[in-house]
Design a protein around this ligand. Structure first.
Ligand SMILES: [Zn+2]
Length: 405
């Protein structure tokens, strides 16, 4: 019997993902697994971690790997259709470099992107894909412009059945098509949004008969549902019909929060998203006026809703909407979460590790540093409780025991 190569990560602080404060420990990795955590452990080789903190590989539960933070409308119209897949290569490596080894892809990436990573053609995080965000006509995924011009991201093509759909029968079929094309999670927009110039984030989208069919079809295939839900009514309709996570959750009221608590619904706050739109506009990108106006209108109420949800004990998993802004700045979301609520830095890391893994249904394999877990590991310089400048402090990333940077 041949024994596999063992690497010991030693001399650092270890945050195991469970919320226990970091403590000095060594971690032994054999092949793609963690096999031991303890004191004075040995291996065939060693990674020295003095002054550093070892964490589980991080999660971002809301990214768009084929969007690259270029919101300029005219530039978007002139971008060749397939360029997004080549841009995704850089976006995925930026995601890995910042310590994020698992993502939930909130629309854009298809089975080809996921397969390219799994086959090792390109480097990227583990991903659960949604392919397209189902949207009603005139909804968040319907980008038909007043001119009649149309962006390509709602178009159907092999591997993507398209985003815009109306009525229970059509939704039933489209959900089945998404599952056929490899969707791990079904995404639906139950309200308007910021980046869609012709809708209102305060309006609920899709009716209960449509959402009930969508959730039933997804559930029958073992797929959870994530809902882009900003409007109070859109959030409640999503929760009432059994979606697993509310994305953004901008206009949460007390009733919506208590419904989420009752049903165990997750919140993926993406506090970074409106800030990214405002920063893009201030940086001179040409955005439709309603988009800029809506970003300013929601930014404060979004933070207030998040703070209320944290106070009430809603389950939180970290997500950024990276792709709306540049990739690789994912960890700035932790500072936003802590600055605008009673969430502690440790709780922000839990939201980025064990909680995120639980939302994604992979918490028996990922999100913790413990024996038998996959060896997805991130190393940061310095103290975990210090969230300043995290982007420049990530100094080691392993996925399945293989170094990524
Ligand atoms: Zn998004």
């Amino acid at each position: 019997m041949t024994t596999l190569h063992r690497t010991v990560f030693r001399g650092g602080q270890v945050f195991d993902g469970t919320g226990v404060p970091p403590a000095r420990a060594d971690v032994v990795v054999e092949g793609d697994r963690i096999i031991d955590v303890g004191r004075e452990l040995d291996g065939d080789d060693a990674v020295e971690l003095d002054g550093k903190t070892l964490l589980p590989g991080l999660f971002d539960c809301h990214v768009h790997l084929t969007f690259s933070g270029d919101l300029d409308t005219l530039a978007g119209m002139m971008r060749p259709f397939s360029l997004r897949y080549f841009e995704a290569i850089g976006n995925m490596s930026a995601t890995l470099r910042t310590g994020v080894t698992s993502v939930r892809e909130a629309s854009g990436a298809d089975l080809g992107v996921k397969t390219a990573v799994e086959r090792g053609l390109v480097r990227g995080p583990r991903m659960q894909i949604s392919i397209a965000m189902l949207s009603q006509t005139g909804g968040h995924g319907d980008h038909q412009a007043p001119s009649g011009g149309c962006f390509t991201w709602e178009h159907a093509y092999p591997g993507n059945p398209g985003a815009v759909v109306d009525g229970p029968d059509a939704i039933r079929r489209r959900t089945r098509e998404l599952i056929r094309e490899g969707a791990d999670v079904i995404k639906v927009a139950t309200s308007g949004g910021v980046l869609s110039p012709r809708d209102d984030p305060r309006h609920g989208h899709f009716r209960d008969d449509e959402l009930a069919v969508l959730v039933a079809e997804a559930t029958a295939a073992g797929r959870p549902v994530m809902a882009h839900a900003q409007a109070t009514e859109g959030i409640k309709a999503a929760v009432r019909n059994g979606v697993r996570s509310i994305e953004h959750g901008i206009f949460l009221d007390d009733e919506a929060i208590s419904m989420m608590l009752e049903r165990g619904t997750w919140l993926v706050p993406t506090l970074s998203a409106p800030q990214a739109v405002i920063a893009a506009a201030e940086g001179g990108m040409r955005l439709p006026d309603p988009v800029v106006r809506k970003a300013h209108e929601v930014v404060d109420v979004h933070l207030e809703s998040f703070a209320r949800a944290v106070r009430a004990g809603v389950k939180i998993a970290m997500g950024t909407d990276s792709g709306v802004g540049p990739h690789g700045r994912n960890l700035e979301e932790l500072s936003l979460m802590v600055a605008h609520s009673l969430m502690s830095p440790i709780d922000a890391w839990v939201a980025t590790t064990t909680s995120a893994a639980a939302l994604c249904g992979v918490d028996q394999q990922l999100g913790r540093i413990a024996p038998d877990y996959l060896a997805d590991l991130t190393v940061i310089e310095g103290d975990l409780l210090d969230l300043d400048g995290l982007r420049t402090r990530v100094c080691g990333v392993w996925k399945g025991g293989v170094s990524q940077i």
